[in-house]
Design a protein around this ligand. Structure first.
Ligand SMILES: Cc1cc2nc3c(=O)[nH]c(=O)nc-3n(C[C@H](O)[C@H](O)[C@H](O)COP(=O)(O)OP(=O)(O)OC[C@H]3O[C@@H](n4cnc5c(N)ncnc54)[C@H](O)[C@@H]3O)c2cc1C
Ligand code: FES
Length: 230
């Protein structure tokens, strides 16, 4: 159980929750989050947006019932956190790009904060949020509003690329990676539906080149070429 320090709206339907607790989260990991003890709804997976000496932060979009309930919570309320979970991003080598589409930008902030060099590409559909926070990291930031953020990055300029966003974007990234020179190691962070978050239920099963894997424990980060999108 963690106490909410703040839960602020940063754009239409977008919130940042700061919850108290000492965690050792790695970049790209996530928590199963639940703010409704006596209500029959599963915890929801949210990526680590940031972590400081007071606790962990989540940047989230209201998608349905669970995230709507989270958005109504206030400082002082208790939230149940299971985590940190998942494999997280591998160590980045060489020139690195972080590419996020929509709420897929969430795990990139914490990753960028731990990198000496990174070019950030952030794609938004209707409204830009948290731009100041991303720029405060000191890395070059390219913002794309309403376009295709993937088009802005030349994969052959990089050795490591981390991508998070909706599935169509990840499919496009996989194709773009296959058509590039192969210089870049490209990784995608999947946002499959999850139920347990700990490898027990198979809800998050994902097709991979060597059979099926569980996004919650084998991922959510995979090599782009490894995933077989349905
Ligand atoms: C590892 C991981 C990390 C994530 N990190 C974040 C994050 O940092 N910030 C954030 O806002 N969201 C994140 N998500 C997505 C988030 O978990 C879902 O938006 C949330 O569970 C939806 O719950 P809900 O009850 O609000 O909506 P629901 O009522 O469950 O769903 C609302 C609508 O969204 C669709 N939907 C729900 N979950 C998904 C999904 N995973 N993929 C595609 N469509 C879906 C449903 O089909 C439905 O149409 C992450 C998901 C995973 C697996
Ligand atoms: S969410 Fe249950 S196995 Fe992955």
């Amino acid at each position: 159980m963690a106490t909410i320090i703040s839960n602020r709206r940063v754009a239409e339907g977008i919130y940042v929750m700061h919850a108290e607790g000492r965690f050792e989260a790695k970049q790209g990991q996530f928590f199963m989050v639940r703010g409704w003890d006596n209500y029959p709804l599963l915890s929801r997976p949210l990526s680590v947006y940031d972590q400081d000496e007071r606790g962990v932060k989540f940047l989230y979009k209201v998608a349905g019932e669970g995230t709507r309930m989270l958005s109504r919570m206030q400082a002082g309320d208790d939230v149940t956190l299971l985590g940190p979970l998942g494999n997280g991003f591998p160590a980045a080598e060489g020139r690195t790009a972080l590419i996020g589409g929509g709420i897929g930008i969430a795990p990139l902030f914490y990753a960028a904060r731990h990198l000496e060099q990174a070019d950030l590409y952030l794609g938004y559909s209707v409204e830009v949020y948290e731009e100041h926070e991303f720029r405060s990291l000191g890395h070059p930031v390219e913002i794309d509003l309403g376009g295709i953020v993937l088009d802005r990055a030349n994969f052959d300029d990089y050795d490591t690329i981390f991508i998070c966003g909706p599935e169509p974007m990840l499919r496009a990234a996989q194709m773009k990676s296959a058509m590039s020179s192969g210089r870049a190691q490209v990784y995608v962070s999947l946002e499959n539906r999850m139920a347990c978050g700990i490898g027990a239920c198979l809800v998050c099963s994902v097709g991979c080149e060597n059979g099926r894997k569980k996004a919650c424990v084998d991922g959510p980060v995979f090599r782009a070429g490894e995933v077989v999108f349905a």
